[in-house]
Design a binder for this molecule. Sequence first.
Ligand code: PM9
Length: 468
Amino acid sequence: MKFPSEPFKIKVVEPIRRTTREERDTRLRIAGYNLFQVPAESVYVDLLTDSGTAAMSDRQWAGLMLGDESYAGSRNYYHLEETVRSIFGYKHVIPTHQGRMAENLLFSTIVKPGMCVPNNIHFDTTRANVEHQGAEALDVVVREAYDPRCDLPFKGNIDLPRLEETINRAGPDKIPLVMMTITNNSGGGQPVSMDNIRRTRGLLDHYHIPLFFDACRFAENCFFIKEREPEYAHTSILDIARELFSYGDGCTMSAKKDGLVNIGGFLSLNDGQWAQDITNMLILVEGFPTYGGLAGRDLEAMARGLEEVLDEEYLRFRIGQVRYLGELLEGGGVPILKPVGGHAVYLNAKEFLPHIPQSEFPGQALAVALYRDFGIRGVEIGTLMFGKKDPVTGGTIHPELEMVRLAVPRRVYTNMQITYVAESIIELYRRRELIHGLALIHEAPMLRHFTARFEELQGSPSLEPMTV
Ligand code: PM9
């Protein structure tokens, strides 16, 4: 079956509200055209993020009732520790309330000002946490990652010659670790091959530099390895994951993605001294090491989610549903980043809206139009999220990719809702010249996309009032 149907049935439903175009227009104005500021109740299909938005299974909900809320030594921590060790294989397991806290603890412990942290592409919170330490966050993904039309199986791979050049330029002692984001979110949810991971490990061994994974979407990455690297065609997802993590020294994890939970994360690593320093800091800012900012029941749901996410039936449907959306859009002529990633379809805003220059935020303008006309919320991954100030001219350095990400929550929407999304975007594409650019009127010094405010440059196009 090309697009496998849902390997689950629905036991609980959450009604979603239909809204008028007029209401959505008002919401946008109040929100300063920032979709992070729009109340979720005014959204019909919410593809803002696949993070923390999964539907938990009956087994996970049952696990919540087994939460042991003891301050120290909760049995759910030991279950989580055992589960993480059996998949990831690292000695120390440090729970955190979400991924960015794991990043913050790791980088504040081992990264010093003037250092450099290479990654295939840093996600926004990873970049911000590295830069917050006064270090450089450097992206060293293969060149093809920046070409949305280039259809290669592993566009998340690290460019090894560039990595080696960086090590020689900065000096190995200035590189406390190399990160690898699996799958590579900011580059289109693209996977990294086992071959590339093995070679990266080989290179780093030569310079005695540790390798860490940003493991949020590790199961999806492992599924792509199984599908696309022939020698893994008959290996289980669990065994692929075990081999993959064996090439690293540790990982940060936002379990809000492939942990199939609404909150949770962890850091796992081998180095005893780092683990001790991180644990000391954890106690100061997050909580005792056997709960790390979470309730016992959350730890149980996370342990169970990590077991479930390795199920191949689930992954085949999951990757298939995202691919289904991508193929419908392509069929309608809509420019998308190729190949379709693991958790999201990325609209290529530069090609969708060639009449809007990057200085007028075409990605954000497209996301705004999609919400206003159809009640669908995506997220800009482009100039707003990754544009940088030029220290010399004071102008903006635009990122190469200007995209709108449609991230599909896990086990939440039916294929009919996904079809609605595709048909809406195809309709919007037909009248794309009606969409105008935006002017930025407020920005925070860091992670500006969450709170930025805009004005429309030419007012909103007047269309028939539309209820979706
Ligand atoms: N990613 C996402 O939507 C949620 C925040 S932005 C709306 O993609 C990677 C690769 C991520 C990520 C979060 C984090 C941080 C780290 N690495 O959100 O702190 O995609 O749990 O994880 C989001 P937390």
